[in-house]
Write a protein that binds this ligand. Sequence first.
Ligand code: AMP
Length: 176
Amino acid sequence: MQTLRDAIRTIPDYPKPGIQFRDISTLLGNPRAFRRAVDELVQPYAGARIAKVAGIEARGFILGGAIAHQLSCGFVPIRKKGKLPHQTVSIAYALEYGTDEMEIHVDAVEKGEKVILVDDLIATGGTASAAVRLLQKLGAEVVAACFVIDLPELGGAAKIEALGVPVRTLVAFEGH
Ligand code: AMP
């Protein structure tokens, strides 16, 4: 059987020279691989009474929606600044060049709710650690952060674990 790794397409030098873009659109388009990725990501949390899955825009929405359905819990989006219509809480985070901001609706999660954070890939962990801090600002208990792909050389997973949040990843790739 094809592995999850085989279902991920690598585009060299995208979006700029030196980056190996790990494209999960081929995994999402493959019925068996998509189901398997979702099943494997949720497996440890099946009986954990998770209240919400929080997905990071945009690929975290696709995986997060499927994971929320599987866990019979809610889904909440974490979006780039200016995209959410209701009152938001926001957080600034560092990019390679400059900073960016992400937001969540102020009433998206309640204090003490158990939340799982989802994105397709963790690289430096800058995006996910900002998302964890945003959820924690609202009083959520972030039970885990889940990603299909880890780039371990960039140290992102360790950064999330340092915030007290366990990390689950399925496939590791070398390099950037
Ligand atoms: P980071 O904040 O450095 O952990 O970057 C994670 C975010 O950037 C995720 O939303 C990923 O989708 C995206 N990303 C970073 N590096 C790659 C890569 N090599 N291939 C695909 N997506 C990437």
